[in-house]
Design a protein around this ligand. Structure first.
Ligand code: SF4
Ligand code: SF4
Length: 435
């Protein structure tokens, strides 16, 4: 484990949130998660309402809605925040908003069946952003099919300690998050719900409300020292929950359970209680090349250049743009890249901070082995994979234990892409050895 003190931007600017300006045009990516491809349901020149369905996947489990009212201008291919390219449609903002600025009416959901709730979550386009973005409705359907004990884990802090969106939502939207957890409990019927929170900021718990919401499901709040990295991945969460239990052998939890973050819980609340599709995101903008740091509530499809401009532009020559944090983030090179449902942060780094040190041969320092909590031998796996030498089934299977924390990369003085290589071997293991 490492201390996050050196990594986190201790900016007071992230304690408050600003509504970003509604852009003149939005670029709505048709791929809003890792796997789902949607087809547009509108044509160029068509007028759309805010919240209108504009693209749908084949199973309607991850639909996309217009974040603004306006006119569909064109279809094109753009850079996405995950560093890839993909199709998008451009909508020029015009007309009046159907949701923005209107009073929000709460709707009753407790009479709805689990299948109806899952369908509604899919129709509203809720993405689970706990780790790799996935349609939540698909995960909920998978949970329903599992015969064994099921649990739900809610992470109320950020996976990447250099982000702040999930922690901000946890601090400011706890009643909404708890109602969302109650909805998910209604669907999944778990044996327990575990809420992991930053021990430095006790969540506001309304005991009476929680007893009504979770009348039969045990709800556990687990304090976590978020100043120690890693603590937010699937393996870390399981470890923390097991460690907090009085008799760890008696609790039955696994990585097949449902893991969600604050952002996803808030989207579930908006979808089911407010009957509102996923159209906005909380996105922090910062980094040493930025004049100011800010946390925005922003329309999906807003080009990131608009947010950079709202932060006063650059104070030094930008050299690298990272989306979703300094540890887990992807680098992008295009300021027209739009905010998607999985965008949580934008970090712009100046040239002086990016010492380009090329990779060099392994010096056998042992750092990667010492730091790996999964007891893997990243150097050995890397060498064998690169030399295409034979990896035994046991060596391949061992990579399933990799928690994807990336600490081996951080510890390596030779800057070898250890995590990326182990991840490639892990994909082979997942295909061949996971049931
Ligand atoms: S191999 Fe690297 S990324 Fe995987 S658990 Fe070990 S240190 Fe973390
Ligand atoms: S940390 Fe890097 S240089 Fe050191 S043993 Fe591991 S792979 Fe080799």
């Amino acid at each position: 484990m490492i201390s996050t003190k050196k990594l986190t931007e201790s900016s007071a600017a992230f304690n408050t949130c600003t509504n970003a300006y509604v852009p003149h045009e939005v670029l709505v990516a048709l791929w809003q998660d890792e796997s789902t491809k949607t087809e547009p349901l509108v044509y160029a020149g068509e007028h759309v309402e805010e919240g209108q369905l504009i693209a749908r996947d084949s199973r309607s489990l991850c639909q996309i809605h217009s974040p603004v009212p306006g006119k569909v201008e064109k279809f094109s291919v753009i850079s996405l925040p995950n560093g890839k390219t993909g199709p998008c449609l451009t909508i020029k903002t015009e007309g009046s908003f159907s949701f923005l600025g209107r009073p929000k009416k709460k709707q009753q959901w407790d009479f709805m069946f689990a299948d109806q709730l899952i369908r509604s979550i899919g129709e509203k386009g809720v993405i689970n952003t706990f780790y790799k973005p996935k349609p939540l409705a698909v995960e909920l359907m998978q949970q329903k099919l599992r015969q064994e004990n099921r649990s739900i884990f809610l992470r109320l802090y950020d996976l990447d300690p250099t982000n702040c969106a999930d922690s901000f939502i946890a601090k400011n939207y706890m009643p909404q998050i708890l109602e969302a957890m109650s909805i998910l409990s209604h669907i999944v019927e778990p044996s327990a719900v575990y809420c992991l929170f930053d021990k430095a900021s006790t969540p506001k718990e309304d005991t009476d409300a929680m007893n009504i919401l979770f009348n039969t499901v045990p709800l556990h709040f687990i304090p976590v020292d978020v100043s120690k990295y890693p603590c937010g991945g699937t393996f870390d969460v399981l470890r923390l929950v097991r460690r907090s239990a009085k008799s760890p052998d008696e609790i039955s939890v696994s990585r097949k359970d449902l893991f969600i973050d604050s952002m996803t819980a808030l989207s579930v609340y908006e979808a089911i209680v407010l009957n509102q599709p996923s159209m906005t995101r909380f996105v922090s903008v910062g980094g040493e090349a930025m004049t100011e740091s800010k946390l925005f509530k922003v329309r999906i499809g807003t080009p990131i250049k608009n947010l950079l401009a709202e932060c006063g532009g650059f104070c030094s020559q930008p050299s690298k743009i990272l989306i979703n944090g300094r540890i887990y983030g992807s680098a992008i090179s295009n300021f027209d890249t739009p905010v998607t449902k999985y965008t949580k942060s934008i970090t712009v780094l100046p040239k002086r901070l990016i010492d380009y040190i090329p990779t060099s041969p392994c010096i056998h320092c042992g750092n990667c082995r010492k730091i790996c909590k999964a007891d893997l031998q990243p150097d050995k796996l890397y060498m064998q994979y690169m030399k295409k030498s034979h990896l035994t089934p046991d060596e391949i299977k061992m990579t399933l234990l990799c928690s994807e924390c990336r600490l081996c990369n951080m510890a390596c003085p030779s800057r070898l892409p250890l995590f990326q290589t182990i991840n490639e071997i892990k994909k082979i293991a997942e295909t061949n050895y996971e049931d």
